[in-house]
Write a protein that binds this ligand. Structure first.
Ligand code: UDX
Length: 437
């Protein structure tokens, strides 16, 4: 068997996706230079630290430091590269469209990169972006440099595994030689490669995230009907998921989806459809259900506490958008805390990792406590907003004694309600009847 060529790869964007992609390509044997515009980030990476939390990423970067370097300089990044990967973020704008300015900044810096074989966009972009990048490359005299789309499907917390053992690698290009080149770059990755046209590849990413978001909003609506009718969502979801046509994944009812992808990408796809003259009604409902879900939790708690939250102390346990990440972007917990504060409640919160976003103003008046028991002390109620395993280790009998009122809304179905009720708790859940002592 012939040894496959190891390539030089320039990665633009040393954020979450860029770092995971760069480290994994280095692990596959390629020479990778990651370029970021943030001097502090590059300094941290050069010193051997990792500016984000992602299991396995630090080790992967350390193991491959011979083949993986970091720079602020785009000329240095592309100097020995054959392929340039665009991994910058595409944040939402007020209209819901993705802000592509960082993508265009990278494309601009590639104007002199006539030696490149391909420019590949991994950032999540609206369908049609590839055509515009292609035109910009042509205009810059880079008609011979191929363009491809290679969307990412990695989830935070499992990103390295998702890259190395993906359900599929999607490569969008009309050029067979480029498809072969990118297929070769992924040699060693354990998963099928699907090659298609650029527009379709761009759409796969948006459609996948929208369908996953749809499953979550769907099960959350079923949960609401369960609450009203006396059914139990956990038993319902389990048996529904046993149908192989539906599958067991993404059927956990809760407080709604958050994070850096689902909220942004579902709004971007809705905006893309509207801009094309088609109102994507189903997706609009998925988004509306998700926006309501954390608010509904606060409403239910308010009703249980007699119709007012004014002056009540409420503990919010878990602030990140899911467990095993330090990411609080669009986390349901932040909406819940902000709603509680707006209702006049005093908010005490706990999270083992979450980095409060300095721009998320509502947090400034919430108090952060170092342990769950300290967070619930003196509280009129507690809400579990993130499924941190540490919460299953809490001495809930002691925690209940320390509370003003042992009332718990388990927004993630993490704890056994009956056991807690035996310890004096009233336990509210999503999609099941309230269990009382
Ligand atoms: C997601 C996609 O999984 C990934 O393929 C894509 O590339 C980026 O977006 P991520 O945002 O890291 O990844 O998180 P994920 O684990 O998918 O969870 C998203 C949100 O949905 C979380 O807030 C989670 O709590 C919520 N969720 C997930 C549910 O409420 N119920 C479920 O059953 C599953």
């Amino acid at each position: 068997m012939t040894e496959l060529t190891k390539r030089g790869i320039a990665i633009f964007g040393g954020g979450y996706i860029g770092l995971v992609t760069g480290a994994c390509f280095a692990e596959l044997g390629h020479r990778v230079v990651v370029r970021d515009i943030d001097p502090e980030k590059v300094r941290i990476l050069r010193s051997g630290d990792v500016p984000i939390y992602e299991p396995g990423l630090g080790d992967l970067i350390a193991q491959n430091k011979e083949r993986l370097t970091f720079t602020l300089d785009s000329a240095e990044a592309i100097h020995e590269a054959e392929v340039a990967y665009v991994c910058v973020d595409t944040p939402p704008t007020p209209s819901g469209d993705a802000d592509l300015s960082r993508v265009w900044d990278v494309v601009d810096t590639l104007r002199d990169a006539a030696h490149l074989k391909a420019v590949v966009v991994k950032s999540t972009v609206p369908v049609g972006t590839g055509t515009r990048v292609r035109a910009a490359l042509d205009e810059a005299g880079l008609g011979h440099v191929a363009y491809a789309s290679n969307p990412e499907f990695t989830a935070e917390g499992t990103a390295v595994r998702d890259f190395m053992r993906p359900d599929r690698v999607v490569i969008g290009t009309d050029d067979p030689a480029t498809a072969r080149l990118l297929g070769e770059l992924h040699h060693g990755v354990d998963g099928p490669v699907e090659t298609m046209d650029v527009h379709s590849a761009e759409m796969v990413k948006l459609a996948s995230n929208a369908l996953l978001a749809t499953k979550i909003s769907f099960i959350n609506e079923i949960a609401t009907v369960c609450e009203a009718t006396g059914a139990d969502i956990r038993q319902v979801a389990r048996a529904v998921g046993m149908d192989h046509r539906l599958g067991p994944h993404f059927l956990a009812a809760g407080l709604g989806y958050g994070g850096s992808c689902f909220p942004k990408d579902s709004r971007a796809l809705r905006a893309l459809a509207s801009n094309s003259g088609y109102p994507f009604q189903l997706l609009g409902s998925v988004i509306a259900v998700n926006e309501l879900q954390p608010r509904r939790a606060v409403q239910r708690l308010k009703a249980e506490l007699g119709g007012s939250l004014k002056g009540r102390r409420i503990a919010v346990l878990g602030m990140t958008f899911k467990a095993h990440t330090d990411d609080m972007r669009e986390a349901p917990a932040t909406v819940i805390a902000a709603r509680l504060l707006a209702e006049g409640a005093e908010v005490h919160c706990w999270d083992p990792m979450g980095r409060p976003d300095p721009e998320a103003q509502p947090w400034s008046s919430a108090r952060r406590l170092p342990t769950p028991v300290e967070a619930v002390a003196g509280a009129d109620a507690a809400i579990i907003a993130t499924e941190w395993p540490q919460l299953t280790e809490v001495d809930w009998a002691a925690a209940g004694d320390a509370m003003r009122r042992p009332l718990l809304l388990d927004g993630r179905g993490l704890l056994d309600a009956r056991t807690l009720a035996e310890r004096g708790f009233t336990v509210m859940g999503v999609g099941r009847a309230t269990v009382r002592p």
